[in-house]
Design a protein around this ligand. Structure first.
Ligand SMILES: O=C(O)C(=O)Cc1ccc(O)cc1
Ligand SMILES: [Fe+2]
Length: 429
């Protein structure tokens, strides 16, 4: 039974460069690392959101790596500080590697790896790395890795109840030159959005429910359970379906980290293109990434205006919504009603969507639940991954207005990139 996201790992060709971006621009703190010959893994955090940046090495896929060490299937074991591990990216699995930078592992902290894995196997899921115990002087951690039904995405299931160390066995505190304090306000992972091929969501939802016990979550109240939430217009066409981990208490399981410091639940969103569309951002992702995978991650902040100001000051490029967004009918009163400031939102390109409550006839309360969002430009070389900054003020889903505007902001960016690439190609011909 999956319970909560422990960390999310990325596999990139230049780990230090991404680390520097996450620290200098997104104000993550660099706190733990595992740097050995041929292996680079860096852990950074902001609030409870932890990214592990793993560097891809040339011969990783089952061949000898640069350090002359084989991957785990060859069974070559390294011993270091009394700690046994294969000389590869720990708590990860690389054989499904893509040719581009990618976010490929959502690691869940579970109550009991044995029973979680048993459930996966019973439900027909594929185990990539069987149960392993890693340990150092601070205790031990049990983990296993399973394959998700989505492209190169895997899930590490880990239990660290018996561990008192900084992060995970095998990692050490970052060297003094790299150790930094988090100065940003990004507090936790809010959601992970997968880009998937057309009509692929039913078996994906079924897999997550059967194997990990995650349950369907309606994106908003206009969603049909069967069809998902369809966002469609002249220039927009996408089907969204979402799921989240279930309140495990109902099934007699205690979540790790239960009160007093329960982390908010992370949601998972599947985005599929709709039939009959022209080029669009979901297809672009599938093409450039070489298959389905994680398209973006929403990071929560308690104050999106101060966060976006801080990010912009650090040269993070945020996508702008269409010019007309803030002058749409009703937008200004929606913004005023919840007590936000149009100028501050517009200045930072932040979108606001209020969740109207069908059962509540008191208009004063109608628009009290809302959310604010903005996308960053892609943070890898290819357009295969970007971050989203999100602040929820009572709203738990996603609003149609914002989704459309987010879609348009991404599409405008991609179209501009394509034009630029085309003119560059023409010049070089
Ligand atoms: O609204 C959100 O935050 C989403 O995650 C929905 C979404 C998914 C994919 C896109 O390309 C654009 C928007
Ligand atoms: Fe999102």
């Amino acid at each position: 039974m999956a319970a909560d996201v422990h960390h999310i790992s990325l596999r990139v060709s230049n780990a230090r460069r991404l680390l520097k971006d996450l620290v200098d621009r997104f104000h993550f703190s660099s706190f733990a690392e595992r740097v050995e010959k041929g292996v680079k893994q860096f852990a950074v955090r902001s609030g409870s959101a932890i990214f592990v940046v793993n560097e891809r090495t040339a011969g990783e896929n089952g061949e000898l790596s640069q350090a002359g060490l084989r991957n785990h299937e060859s069974g070559v074991i390294a011993r270091r500080n009394g700690f046994s591990a294969n000389c590869h990216h720990l708590y990860d699995y690389s054989d499904l590697d893509t040719h581009v930078d990618s976010v490929c592992n959502v690691a869940f902290e579970v109550e009991d790896v044995d029973s979680s894995l048993e459930r996966v196997v019973r439900a027909g899921g594929r185990v990539l790395t069987d149960i392993k115990v890693t340990e150092d002087e601070k205790g031990s951690v049990t983990h296993a890795v399973v394959q998700s039904p989505i492209g190169n995405v895997v899930h590490t299931l880990l239990d660290k109840k018996l561990y008192k160390g900084l992060f995970l066995p095998g990692f050490e505190a970052s060297g003094a030159s790299r150790m930094t304090k988090s100065t940003g306000r990004l507090s936790h992972f809010d959601h992970v959005t997968y880009a998937c091929p057309m009509s692929s969501s039913p078996p994906i939802l079924e897999w997550y429910e059967r194997c990990l016990g995650l349950k369907r979550f309606l994106v908003n109240r206009d969603e049909s359970e069967d069809q998902g939430f369809i966002v469609q217009g002249a220039d927009v066409g996408m089907r969204l379906k979402a799921f989240e981990y279930w309140k495990c208490a109902k099934e007699g399981l205690r979540m790790p980290g239960s009160s007093p410091d329960v982390k908010p639940k992370v949601k998972f969103v599947i985005a599929e293109p709709l039939p009959g569309q022209g080029p669009n951002q979901v297809e672009t992702f599938l093409e450039q990434h070489g298959g389905p995978g994680i398209q973006h991650i929403g990071l929560h902040t308690p104050d999106i205006i101060s966060s976006t100001r801080q990010l912009r000051a650090a040269h993070v490029q945020l996508l702008k919504p269409p010019d007309t967004y803030y002058s749409e009918i009703g937008k200004l009163s929606e913004i005023n009603q919840v007590g936000q400031c149009l100028t501050a939102l517009r200045e930072n390109g932040v979108l606001l969507d209020a969740e109207a409550d069908a059962t509540d006839n008191d208009t004063r309360n109608n628009n009290q639940r809302y959310l604010m969002q903005v996308f960053t430009k892609p943070i890898f070389d290819e357009d295969t991954f970007f971050l989203e900054i999100i602040q929820r003020c009572g709203a738990t889903g996603f609003g149609a207005g914002n989704i459309t505007a987010l879609w348009r902001s991404v599409q405008a960016y991609l179209d501009q990139r394509e034009q630029l690439d085309n003119s560059k190609n023409k010049l070089s011909q």
